[in-house]
Ligand binder design. Structure first.
Ligand code: DC
Length: 225
C-alpha cells in the first residue's frame, strides 16, 4: 500500500473538484484545486487592471505571488498575498477571463512549479486540465471525467446559486462552458486532453457516492491506501 498521486482532469463543471475532494477526504490525502490557482491569478490581474496578455506587470505579479492553501473548518481555502479568496474566484468577470489567462505561458509555468511542489509523498489528489498530461505525467492514477453538457450546466447553476449568484441563465452557462472548453482544449501550452493511460469516468448518471466508490476501486487497483 502506498500514498498515491491522483490526477483528475476533464472539461469545465464535470464534478472533478467534488471527486478529487471526496477522494482526498476518504484517503486522508492533500487536495489541490489547480483551477482555483488560475482563478486567483486572474482575480489579481483584474483587480490590478492588467491586460489579459503577457506583460512586465504580469511577470512582476507572478514573481511576488504568494499563494497558499490552508485547511479551515475542513475546507481548503486559498490565500493569495495574505488575502483569503472564496466567492471572489467564481464571479462572472473571473469566469470570463480565466481561460484566456490560463493560456499565458508565464502563468502556466509559475502554476506548474507550485503544483509540483505539493507532491510530498504523503498522498495528493489534484484536479484540473493538464494534471495527468503535463503536471504529473507519472501520476499513479489518472481519471478523465466527462458528463453531458446540459447536466454540467445544471450542476454549475446550482453551485452558483449556492454561492449566492442567481444571475446566470442555463444558456449563458452553456455558452461560457463551451467557450472555456474550446480555449482550454486548443491552447498551445499543455492543452486539455485525455492522458493515454487515463481511466474514463462519465458521471452524468452517477451520484456523488457512486463516483467515489468507482474511483476508490481504481485506488485499490493501483495499490493505494
Ligand atoms: O476547474 P476550473 O473551472 O475552476 O478552472 C478554471 C480555468 O482554469 C479553466 O477554464 C482552465 C484553467 N485551468 C487550466 O488551464 N489548467 C488547470 N490545471 C486547471 C484549470
Amino acid at each position: 500500500m502506498k500514498a498515491l498521486v491522483i490526477a483528475v482532469d476533464g472539461y469545465a463543471s464535470c464534478g472533478k473538484s467534488t471527486l478529487a475532494r471526496d477522494l482526498a477526504q476518504t484517503l486522508d490525502y492533500r487536495y489541490i484545486d489547480s483551477g482555483a490557482m488560475y482563478r486567483a491569478v486572474t482575480y489579481r490581474m483584474l483587480q490590478l487592471g492588467l491586460p489579459l496578455t503577457e506583460s512586465p506587470e504580469l511577470d512582476q505579479l507572478l514573481q511576488t505571488l504568494d499563494l497558499k492553501f490552508i485547511k479551515s473548518e475542513g475546507v481548503n481555502q486559498l490565500i493569495i498575498n495574505g488575502m483569503l479568496l472564496g466567492t471572489e474566484l467564481r464571479t462572472k468577470a473571473v469566469n470570463a477571463a480565466v481561460s484566456p489567462v490560463s493560456t499565458l505561458p508565464s502563468v502556466r509555468r509559475a502554476m506548474v512549479v507550485l503544483q509540483r511542489s505539493y507532491a510530498d509523498g504523503t498522498g495528493l489528489t489534484m484536479d484540473g486540465r493538464d494534471i495527468g498530461t503535463y503536471v504529473f505525467p507519472q501520476a499513479d492514477l489518472k481519471i478523465f471525467v466527462t458528463a453531458r453538457p446540459e447536466i454540467r450546466a445544471i450542476r454549475r447553476q446550482a453551485e452558483l446559486i449556492a454561492l449566492g449568484d442567481s444571475t446566470w441563465t442555463l444558456d449563458e452557462i452553456l455558452q461560457n462552458q463551451a467557450q472555456r472548453d474550446r480555449i482550454d482544449s486548443n491552447r498551445d501550452f499543455a492543452p486539455l486532453k485525455r492522458a493515454e493511460d487515463a481511466v474514463d469516468l462519465d458521471n452524468s448518471d452517477l451520484s456523488r457516492e457512486e463516483q467515489l466508490a468507482w474511483a476508490l476501486k481504481w485506488v485499490e487497483e493501483r495499490g493505494g491506501v
